[in-house]
Design a protein around this ligand. Sequence first.
Ligand SMILES: Nc1ncnc2c1ncn2[C@@H]1O[C@H](COP(=O)(O)OP(=O)(O)OP(=O)(O)O)[C@@H](O)[C@H]1O
Ligand SMILES: Cc1ncc(COP(=O)(O)O)c(N)n1
Length: 504
Amino acid sequence: MTAPYSPVYPLVAPGRQTPRVLSIAGSDPSGGAGIQADLKSIAAHGGYGMAAITALTAQNTVRVSAVHVPPVEFLRQQLDAISNDIEIDAVKIGMLGDAAVIDEVRSWLEKVRPAVVVLDPVMVATSGDRLLRESAEKALRSLLPLADLLTPNLPELAVLLGEPEAPDWASALDQGKRLAAEYGNTVLVKGGHLAGSGCPDALVNTSGLLRQDVVEIAGPRIDTRNSHGTGCSLSSALATVQVMTGDWEASLREVKPWLLEALRHSGTLDVGHGSGPVHHFHHQQVLRPGDFAATLWEQARAELDAIHGLGFIDGLQTGSLPEAAFSYYLAQDAIYLNGYSRVLARASALAPTEDEQLFWAKGSRQCLEVESELHRNWLSTRDVSVTTGPVTKSYVDHLLACSASGSYAVVLAAILPCYWLYAEVGQQLHGSYVEAGSPADHAYADWLKTYADEAFAEATRTAIKLTDAAALAASPTDRAAMVEAFAQSCRYETAFFDAPRMFS
Ligand SMILES: Nc1ncnc2c1ncn2[C@@H]1O[C@H](COP(=O)(O)OP(=O)(O)OP(=O)(O)O)[C@@H](O)[C@H]1O
Ligand SMILES: Cc1ncc(COP(=O)(O)O)c(N)n1
């Protein structure tokens, strides 16, 4: 008899695609903590969120002004309504309020036995207001054995052990080990309440469930006061991801970087005057027209500062630039324009509309016209080498590589700095020449006059607009490649202006 076929490697990833996650917690009407944070966090990790409300709070980012705990019979009705109909993959428990609520949740857990239970033993809000009656702390301890993962912050860890709060990370880990051993589950020790530049978290389990008793995951401390709801968001995210990975360490490794970004982007939400919420959906931000160009401009501006600090630009402005340096620059520019023209032609070939196709084709043609103009009017009268310089070669190679392997959007991002930085530098140089009274005896007067070309400024505005529009239509991966291609071209622009320094 042949053995039933079983694949060597699972063809389908383990775990559910859309975990059904229930939050049993309090309501925060300001949306930063409690069930509101849990539902956002569950959704942000691809779960289907549900919520049974234990308590209603009146709170905002500054304080909790009132707490109302509805009759526990109603909590039982909520929990039964859910579990009588829906299979629950994971439960996250947050604010419980009082001992009667705890007892109700315990008897429901004993009956339903969900596969994943994460208990965040919420006691005191970030604002300092109590969310669990002191008299209920003993009852809370009786709930701990029913959880797979406990996520106390340092003051809560201390209360659960009946000890003073850990003064440092080493003692916190020690307390975590004792709590894990006492209740036979995994404890997440969180570094949020400690000082220092790092903010570590550690999973602790003393019964061999993890690869070692303490698995620490380091992380930076984000400089923000917006930490309202981090504990809620973290515990519900872990419950969700655990259904998919079945491994606490893998889950924490996925969730922690997300939480860090959620903290980093919290300021953009601009919610409240106190400790604001984190940005749960920072990774799904909608890009509006102009946003991407604004991001690129931040990079370009930094590069412009570098360009304006170059001896070449100063020499061109004052007229003190050695003739040999200027000639070298012109010769390299002519070589560059030939390669650049080919890349613009590639953009034209990839363009999604006829207008765009025409725009880039026109640009490509103009490059060749400017190249021959450089030879006719400037280079024919000078004794200058026509060898391709190293910077010119690298810059053109970078552009050709982007045009060979990149999408339309990436090609545009690589092309753009030549328009944008050149237009900005040109405007500035021309402006200071005019400000100085347009001196006719300036060594580079004829050249500086060419910089005031409004047609080129207009073409630059169009190139920026088209790149921004291409970014809106691009995938996040392509957008990241655009940023990289743009940054690289910016660096080459600076290097290009700096290359003639060997003649100075
Ligand atoms: N400033 C910060 N920078 C980076 N991570 C942080 C910061 N503050 C908190 N965290 C992280 O947020 C999570 C929650 O940690 P914390 O110790 O603040 O728990 P908590 O007090 O239960 O949260 P809450 O503020 O919601 O009550 C942990 O993963 C912690 O590392
Ligand atoms: C309903 C509810 N649940 C939990 C918290 C704790 O969150 P934080 O400590 O960030 O205030 C809260 N403030 N409100």
